[in-house]
Design a protein around this ligand. Sequence first.
Ligand code: HEC
Ligand code: HEC
Ligand code: HEC
Ligand code: HEC
Ligand code: HEC
Ligand code: HEC
Length: 395
Amino acid sequence: MIINNIIRSKPLGFTGLTASGFLAFFLLLSTFAFSQTADDEKNFQQCKACHTIGGGKLVGPDLKGITDRRDEAWLVSFIQNSQQLVQSGDEQAVKVFNENNKIPMPSHSLSDDQVKGILLYIANDGKLAAGEVAAKEENNEPVITEDAAQLLVEMRRDEQRNLIWVLIVMAVLLGISVVDLAFIKVLKAKWIHYIIILSALAIISEVVFVAATGLGRQQYYQPDQPIWFSHQVHAGQNQIDCEYCHFTANESMHAGIPPVATCLNCHNQVKEGKRTGTKEIAKIFEAVKNNKPIEWVKVYNLPDHVYFNHAQHVNVGQLECQACHGEVEKMDQIIQEPDLSMGWCIGCHRTESVQFASNKFYDQYTELHKKLSSGEMPNVTVQNVGGDECAKCHY
Ligand code: HEC
Ligand code: HEC
Ligand code: HEC
Ligand code: HEC
Ligand code: HEC
Ligand code: HEC
């Protein structure tokens, strides 16, 4: 309205022109903002190992304000293949290359539009446009509080420690009671002794039973590793995708531990960490020099008589790693969160749905398909398709 009034009151006047200019500018801005998608944020993940937006220099320069400093077409070709540009003698590219100690930036197979999306994301200082944030929240992506996972683990550990204290206190009470009853005889009322002895025995056997059923299991197992490798630094801070390193999880039984070559992809360039300096990263180069694999200690171990398949759960079942391993991206050192008991597997199979409609393998279950489409069953759980049959999990 206001703009209309201005334009009407002064046709062709200076104010009118600037106003419509502003209007066009804001329209342009908003189309930019809306054309930006969460994919841009995702595409930027591959840059994060080497660049920040306003957080200072990492391997490459801080990218804050880069879209103001450089021409868009130049940025697109530099990001797609910087070395080609450097070798062609492009003045600016050579200058940037030299200023960064001649560390080559790897090329990226991104389309022009994908790069432009990333640039928009950088121009927004690494924030998603408002519409995108709302869409993300609607998807109910959990907002996890800092270090919640670690706190939980510590709480559970305290619980275990408390159990041990209960055991010790009960044993001491039992001892005093028996000694007094048989030898010292300070306390005349014998029934008090009997009560103490009986309850102590009951509590001790309860604690021992709880411990015994967990025997052979190692919940909260957290061995020292040969290199101080932090998932919090890699999967958390630098948001490296789990499957970048555990690249067989999607297609085979084992998720696998990455070989040294995977570490070198980045550590050929990143030679120093914020917390351990060069000390721990140097061990990677030592392993390469001695041609010896790094001897990681396995944390999760199922007994040999159990069959477990990652692809089945990650690929077919579409489960997040965190559903079973906890908030790994918050852990410096991996800790075994679930107890890996049979009850744990079956507990989930009773409640978790299978990807029933989309998997041809389940076409044979005509009865279940009928019940599902008639609404008689809200969903088909793993148990419904035989996820609690002994032979599925036991060799
Ligand atoms: C392995 C580390 C690494 C990765 C990953 C990486 N870069 Fe770079 N980047 C560098 C280095 C080092 C330079 C310094 C110049 C050179 O290599 O020629 C650089 C330079 C740049 C420049 C030029 C800066 C300037 O001052 O002109 C831009 C823009 C850039 N990177 C964007 C990106 C984007 C976008 C991504 C992700 C798609 C990315 N980089 C991924 C290491 C990396
Ligand atoms: C349904 C639960 C579940 C899901 C989902 C899951 N895992 Fe596992 N993971 C396990 C169990 C159980 C083991 C122990 C397997 C064994 O000892 O045979 C394990 C073992 C591992 C290991 C040790 C090496 C190996 O392959 O045995 C790694 C690494 C691992 N998982 C990573 C991942 C990653 C990364 C994801 C997501 C892409 C993931 N897991 C998803 C349950 C799960
Ligand atoms: C995709 C890139 C990438 C890969 C792959 C990678 N790292 Fe890193 N790593 C980084 C970055 C980025 C840092 C953070 C440097 C810093 O502290 O600012 C880092 C830091 C470290 C640190 C030092 C942590 C600290 O804060 O002191 C160690 C140790 C380390 N990595 C070991 C490894 C090992 C072992 C592997 C292979 C299993 C590996 N990294 C694979 C990117 C990577
Ligand atoms: C930069 C590479 C890298 C990334 C990214 C990464 N991991 Fe790992 N992961 C490792 C290495 C190396 C080990 C072995 C050392 C250890 O246990 O900490 C490991 C160990 C594990 C283990 C314990 C395996 C066992 O039984 O010994 C689990 C579980 C795991 N990762 C899950 C994940 C999940 C979930 C993510 C994503 C949130 C992830 N990892 C991201 C490199 C990586
Ligand atoms: C967090 C939930 C969850 C946990 C924990 C879990 N599973 Fe599963 N499991 C699933 C889902 C979901 C599927 C179905 C995948 C599909 O076909 O869509 C499945 C399928 C299976 C199947 C195939 C069943 C069939 O009918 O073909 C086996 C075998 C299996 N799981 C073994 C295990 C074992 C062994 C453990 C414990 C070590 C375990 N699972 C723990 C969710 C889980
Ligand atoms: C969804 C997977 C799954 C199914 C289905 C399953 N089990 Fe298990 N079972 C396990 C796991 C995992 C363990 C290892 C638990 C442990 O180490 O405490 C286990 C352990 C056992 C053990 C050894 C107990 C011990 O303390 O070591 C026996 C016996 C057993 N199962 C019998 C059965 C029988 C009988 C059935 C069928 C009624 C069955 N299981 C079905 C996953 C399963």
